[in-house]
Design a protein around this ligand. Structure first.
Ligand code: GLP
Length: 241
């Protein structure tokens, strides 16, 4: 695992965008695993800037998002569908057919999880997965647990996660309690992983993920076993390293 400590959020975001841009430059038809949350917003802004100002081309890129709330329609402004279009897809030239996000309204959850997993397999797996991290060490929506769950699945969200994400909703009661997430195996099979974290609120999770034992109680700790994983964090998130 490589660790890069950026001075601040700005520098972290620029560097993250350069890594993604480098991936696309090396392989125009890259399969990107993408994440949501407040952390990657700066990276998406930089990528949009690179597209507009330098012609960074996403026309052959295929994307798979990590997760989606269960029960939210794509039009709901708290859905990850909405987030991704608002913050990224509407501003670059990724082809709509190349965008994949789990369907939070699928009638059969098991079918939807299998379909998503199969779509990633058909695409030959992820070239680069970008991750954020929850304050409880979650990646995607793989919450702390007693075992690592391999493939895309439905998950009950932790109280901590519901509380943390309530800031985006009108009230806590509106936060969905379940989500579809890529599993740990799906994530670990990505050829490269880039995890972003900023702010002191993530410092404990980063410490446990980087220096703690590999344990499903801190899902991000599994990344220690990935052959090509970079943690790109700001100074505040690196406080305990
Ligand atoms: C959500 C997402 C994660 C994300 C996490 C951190 O729970 N499912 O993929 O990493 O939030 O969010 P933030 O970047 O807003 O702290």
């Amino acid at each position: 695992m490589r660790i890069y400590i950026a001075d601040d959020y700005e520098q972290m975001s620029v560097k993250a965008a350069l890594i993604v841009a480098g991936q696309i430059t090396m392989k125009a038809d890259s399969i990107l695993g993408l994440c949501t949350g407040s952390t990657p917003i700066g990276m998406y802004k930089e990528l949009v800037k690179m597209h507009r100002q330098q012609g960074l081309d996403f026309s052959q890129v295929i994307t798979f998002n990590l997760d989606e709330y269960w029960g939210l329609s794509p039009e709901n402004d708290q859905s990850y569908h909405y987030f991704m279009h608002e913050n990224f897809f509407n501003h670059v030239n990724v082809k709509p057919n190349n965008i994949h996000i789990p369907n939070g309204l699928a009638e059969d959850i098991n079918d939807e999880c299998k379909r998503y997993e199969e779509a990633i397999r058909q695409a030959n797996g992820l070239d680069l997965q970008v991750l954020g991290i929850g304050r409880n060490g979650h990646i995607g929506f793989n919450e702390p647990a007693t075992e690592f769950i391999g493939e895309t699945h439905l998950v009950e969200l932790d109280t901590d996660t519901i509380n943390a994400n309530a800031r985006f909703f009108a009230s806590r009661a509106e936060v969905p309690t379940q989500a579809i997430t890529m599993g740990i195996k799906t994530i670990m099979q990505a050829k490269k992983i880039l995890l972003l974290a900023n702010g002191e609120g993530k410092a404990q999770a980063i410490k446990e993920a980087v220096t703690g034992e590999v344990n499903p109680s801190v899902p991000a700790s599994i990344l220690q076993l990935h052959p090509d994983c970079t943690f790109l964090v700001d100074k505040a998130a690196a406080k305990y390293l």
